[in-house]
Design a protein around this ligand. Sequence first.
Ligand code: AMP
Ligand code: MG
Length: 358
Amino acid sequence: MDIQTKIVKVNPFDPDNELIREAANVIRRGGLVVFPTETVYGLGASIYIERAVHRIFEVKKRPLDNPLIVHIDNVDELEKLAEDIPDKAYKLVKKYWPGPLTIVLRRAKNVPSIVSSGLPTIAVRSPAHPVAMKLIKYSESPIAAPSANLAGKPSPTKPEHVVEDLYGKVELIIDAGETLYGVESTVIDLTGRKPVLLRPGAIPVEDIEAVLSEEIEIPEYARGVSEGRIALSPGIRYRHYAPDKELIVVESADYSELNNYALKVLAVAMELKKKKLKVGIIATRETKKVYEEKGFITLVVGSRSNLYEIAHNLFSVLREIDKADIDLAVSEAFEEKGLGLTIMNRLRKASRFNIIKV
Ligand code: AMP
Ligand code: MG
């Protein structure tokens, strides 16, 4: 059964206090508010209102064993949410907060366990977005917020993505235009002896290693090459970011001979075309001509010289696959360096591991 959803437009740089107060009142009364962050749109509820947190899972159709990230506006809040906070956490927080880094710590007893899906840990970050910060402040509560999409769909980077997925399911959607990074936060587990990357994100893992002067363990599931089995970051087990149509990712060990690589991607597309399938190609500005000359539809995700641009556009392009006049999509791949690791994690999952190596 649908409810009435109000959509309000705000200035992302200087949000109107009255509008944000209204949104905070919805949170305080146990409602759900979709709000912008610098990564993607979030679906928020007060962490202390269990019924509201439960509704986040219902509305998204998110499995209850996939924990949420808690958003705070002030570092001091961290000590109310977590215990045994290691020095490493403070080092990272000092450097990256507010910003797209989530840290996993031991959960404090007073935090309702539903937020963490019963795990003894808690994932926390402080978002660098004026709207998100003000909303948390006026709500007078940390806000639990996963991405504001239906589970399994690409995360929302534009208000229209949110409307597609959640209109009629939430009380309020705050429209502040397109988000800045377009991919989610980097998630680092700091509860063990060694830091572990649970999810690559908007901050390259190499940068975080430099701040810590320590190597971060990168499990296979963080690369997105396999589904996770363990309970540490349950989110990694589920279907993610996926368009409804088939997506095939064409990977290579080497992208330096770009024209050669594009010709191999083209060959994959040609084979599919022989089967009377209408193929679209997720391409880059450098390579799109190769495919267009042969009559293929391209969805340009950005330039290879700017991985931020590719990360920024990726989820939107994944949603376009379902709207374009094609039967399936073939995507180029990227070297797993810097943001390339984040992009490959999302692409591989979006393809449900439908990967061809050339
Ligand atoms: P989303 O908010 O939809 O971007 O997903 C949040 C991500 O953070 C998922 O991959 C979760 O598995 C992960 N996460 C949240 N809380 C925890 C936690 N306590 N321990 C490990 N991973 C977590
Ligand atoms: Mg998500």
